[in-house]
Design a protein around this ligand. Structure first.
Ligand code: AMP
Length: 499
């Protein structure tokens, strides 16, 4: 079997891998390492959890080590674009981990935090810059950053980047890069628009893939339970009372929906926490840490907040709302059945969401088996559900909500997002989330700059809300000794090259 030692990686990189306990490359790494080390462009289809970060970080560190050179002032040698700050942080940490025996600098920049610290960190140039597109553009516009000396570009989670409306920023960024560069492109799914982008930006790329386009993780058992909107909360509470459900991620389409689900669970004695764009960075970190160490077994998340989160042993994924973008379904259920374990993904589907279900089944080319209500569960009547929903709506508006703005979910389940289910990918109506008024689903407090760029998508505040961080600059080697993932075996998906 191929080992990391077979690739001729720079010694300091190999040492870091050894310390992390990684001997064998994952399938995506085995495919990507050699061409990327040679400087080839790469188009990779891989989800988080497959080892894709190392698949680009290792060859990049190797190439930097082969050709050490000082970064220009306000410039960087490697630019990694990430759609979310969580993922950006994780990527930067991976570079620090794998580059701990090298002296390259890496900095992560994203919105929602003081820009001046980031400007300071960039002033003398950095070797590796990990950035979200919005903040990157802000820094360029303020002339605190130049991309003229970028040697390697990584575009991570390209599909998510497009879903979040970063396409314009992305196009502008790529235009500013030197033509002579290496580009590494990763996406969990490869719909036509992403493939088109890859064609445009990559030169004779090597194609690597660990999961076929839009297929779902094979070890995930999937089922759908038909339930009207008002029955969903009780159903969730009932399911989660089963202690066999050890670590469960519950997905909702909207941030308020996530908060509502947490409140509903707390009422029936199931502790849970929510993670979404309206939570501050420390709140998110706390929620994630509690979920990781097992002190809180239920994490309720929106799609965007959950991206890039690498948590082992998620036994169940529950789609409280079905996503209106089929690819999101693939991402969501990919959160379970990792680390070689089996996972169960349960989706709740009301009448309005049946169109989403059909879209998902068409995209994944499989029928999701329908399951009955669990034993002992009696759904509340529609009237009971409506009364409960109305009581919920009378709650004071959560912080940041505009006066008079409704919280979203309508009693009895009226049309999701005010639009027709299955309306397609782009429109606000189809994206607003269950019951969320199409326009007012626009995140409160979302960044002006994103608004200006026409980013109308729910979840966009990823870049805009966070507590100020201390200096974003990280210098390798890091003081902490822990290697990435502590050498755990990861549950990558079957290798199946793109046709
Ligand atoms: P990623 O898909 O990049 O988010 O990586 C998923 C997890 O796998 C991370 O915790 C990595 O540290 C870990 N990992 C990456 N490469 C390997 C490897 N070759 N062997 C074992 N674990 C790995």
């Amino acid at each position: 079997m191929t080992q990391f030692t077979d690739f001729g990686l720079a010694q300091p990189v190999l040492r870091a891998l050894e310390e992390a306990g990684y001997k064998t490359p994952t399938p995506i790494q085995a495919q990507a390492l050699r061409p990327a080390m040679e400087g080839r462009d790469l188009c990779g289809i891989a989800q988080t959890g497959t080892g894709k970060t190392a698949a680009f970080a290792l060859p990049i560190l190797h190439r930097l080590a082969q050709n050490p050179r000082k970064a220009i002032r306000r410039g960087c040698r490697v630019l990694v674009l990430s759609p979310t700050r969580e993922l950006a942080n994780q990527i930067a940490e991976s570079f620090s981990d794998y580059g701990r025996h090298l002296s390259f600098t890496n900095t992560v920049v994203f919105g929602g935090v003081t820009i001046s610290r980031q400007e300071k960190a960039l002033a003398n140039g950095v070797d590796i810059l990990v950035a979200t597109p919005g903040r990157l553009m802000d820094l360029i516009e303020r002339r605190s950053l130049t991309l003229e000396a970028v040697e390697i570009l990584v575009l991570d989670e390209a599909d998510q980047m497009l879903d979040l409306g970063f396409i314009h920023a992305l196009k502008r960024i790529v235009k500013m890069l030197p033509k002579e560069r290496q580009s590494l492109f990763f996406s969990a799914t490869m719909p036509k628009n992403i493939a088109g982008l890859a064609d445009q930006y990559l030169r004779d790329p090597v194609q690597v893939a660990v999961t076929p386009v839009a297929t779902t993780a094979e070890r995930v058992t999937q089922e759908v339970i038909f339930a009207h909107t008002g029955a969903k909360q009780a159903l969730l509470g009932h399911i989660l009372r089963d202690p066999k459900i050890e670590r469960v991620l519950v997905f909702t389409r909207t941030k308020h929906g996530a908060d509502r689900v947490v409140r509903g669970l707390e009422k029936v004695g199931v502790p849970a926490s929510a993670i979404h764009g309206n939570k501050s960075q420390p709140q998110r970190e706390r929620a994630l840490a509690a979920f990781k160490d097992g002190s809180c077994r239920v994490l309720v998340a929106t799609d965007i907040a959950a991206r890039g989160i690498d948590v082992e042993a998620v036994s169940h994924v529950i789609n409280y709302d079905l996503p209106n973008v089929p690819e999101s379904y693939v991402h969501r259920i990919g959160r379970t059945a990792r680390a070689g374990a089996n996972g169960l993904a349960i989706s709740f589907c009301n009448d309005e969401e049946k169109a989403y279900l059909r879209d998902i089944e068409r995209t994944t080319r499989q029928k999701i088996p329908v399951a009955p209500f669990p034993e002992g569960f009696t759904p509340p009547s529609r009237q009971e559900a409506m009364d409960a929903a109305q009581a919920e709506e009378r709650r004071p508006a959560p912080q940041g909500q505009r006066p008079g703005q409704r919280q979203g979910q309508r009693p009895g389940g009226s049309r999701p997002g005010g639009g027709r289910p299955g309306q397609g990918r782009g429109g606000d109506g189809g994206r607003g989330g269950q019951g969320a008024p199409a326009r007012s689903a626009r995140p409160e407090g979302a960044g002006r700059s994103q608004e200006a760029r026409g980013d109308r998508r729910q979840g966009a505040p990823q870049e805009t809300r966070s507590e100020p961080r201390s200096d974003n600059r990280q210098r390798t080697p890091r003081p902490q000794g822990a290697g990435p993932g502590e050498g755990r075996a990861i549950g990558w998906l079957d290798r199946s090259p793109r046709s």
